[in-house]
Design a binder for this molecule. Structure first.
Ligand code: GLN
Length: 305
């Protein structure tokens, strides 16, 4: 066959395009980089190289997989998030770029008690005990643990399989002081169990409406864990449940911080208002100017209605 790298990439791009892969031009290169263990920068220098038939065959196998709808990250086993490498598989949601906005805002709050440049807490906090609720791969909690010095992090999830991935990621990032907790949302931290209060509860819970699930991209719908995506009929099941119990698990002026779907701002803010227990209920947008984050602070006991 004797194909050059450039030729084989063209074949790859065409195959992926014809198979309906959205990012065909990028994915054909990233599959090659994965196969040959080179960076995208090194790849450019290899365009004229002739590839042995055995490697061509291996590349075609990867193309078939990707073309059939398997997400790139399930083939390579990794996703970069906040500049860190996260191992992923089909038991966890692949960390999204949108969620980096959530982590960046949380970092600003943790490091300087401000949010998008504005003072946010009445009394600043120095050290933060943080719970990443519905942690999945651990992308949010582990990034905060890795990138901030003044934090102690708990990661919790209902799924044991997800926690195994998060544990592996913690080890990969050299983080030895993370506490992992299996359980249903805030239940394991509530009064009747091991009572623990946090300075920040941060969560990207499942928030897609059940009726929307069949319309998702096949990569998401057929390969990512439904339990990380399906937020029930209204998409709000998890927000409702977490918000109803959060006051019990937050310290004084504890912060609750959610990723939300772009059309959920009013609903999630409304749920927080209804409790009468939160102030500074704020929403923030992502880089594409879509509503993406809701933050709120727990009132003092006497101020709570
Ligand atoms: N943003 C994700 C998606 O579009 C959903 C994440 C979630 O449900 N928490 O697939």
């Amino acid at each position: 066959m004797s194909l050059s790298v450039k030729e084989i990439l063209n074949i790859g791009r065409r195959h992926l395009e014809e198979s309906g892969v959205a990012d065909a031009a990028i994915d054909c290169k990233l599959l090659y980089c994965y196969l040959m263990n080179v960076t995208t920068a090194q790849l450019i220098l290899e365009y004229q190289k002739i590839l042995p038939d055995s490697l061509c065959d291996e590349y075609f196998k990867l193309l078939e997989l990707r073309g059939s709808g398997v997400p790139l990250q399930h083939i390579t086993g990794f996703q970069e998030f906040m500049g860190l490498n996260f191992m992923v598989n089909d038991k966890v949601l692949i960390p999204r770029q949108d969620t980096e906005t959530l982590v960046e805002d949380a970092m600003e709050l943790i490091q300087g008690n401000t949010l998008r440049g504005e003072a946010f807490l009445r009394k600043g906090k120095k050290d933060w005990e943080i719970l990443d609720l519905c942690c999945g791969s651990g992308a949010i909690g582990l990034s905060l643990a890795k990138l901030c010095r003044n934090v102690r992090v708990w990661c919790s999830d209902l799924s044991e399989d997800a926690l195994s991935v998060a544990k592996e990621n913690a080890a990969g990032l050299g983080l030895s002081k993370i506490t992992f907790q299996q359980g249903n949302l805030l239940e394991p931290f509530q009064k009747r169990f091991r009572h623990r209060k946090f300075d920040l509860i941060i969560s990207n819970p499942p928030y897609i409406k059940s009726s929307v699930i069949p319309t998702l991209q096949r990569e998401v719908r057929d390969h990512e864990p439904m339990m990380a995506l399906d937020g029930g009929e209204s998409g709000l099941d998890f927000y409702r449940e977490i918000i109803s119990r959060a006051a019990d698990c937050l310290k004084k002026e504890g912060v609750l911080m959610f990723e939300i779907g772009h059309d959920q701002r009013e609903d999630v803010c409304g749920l927080l208002e209804e409790t009468g227990k939160f102030f500074n209920i704020t929403s923030l947008q992502d880089l594409a100017k879509r509503d993406r984050i809701v933050v709120a602070v727990l009132k003092g006991k006497k101020e709570q209605q």
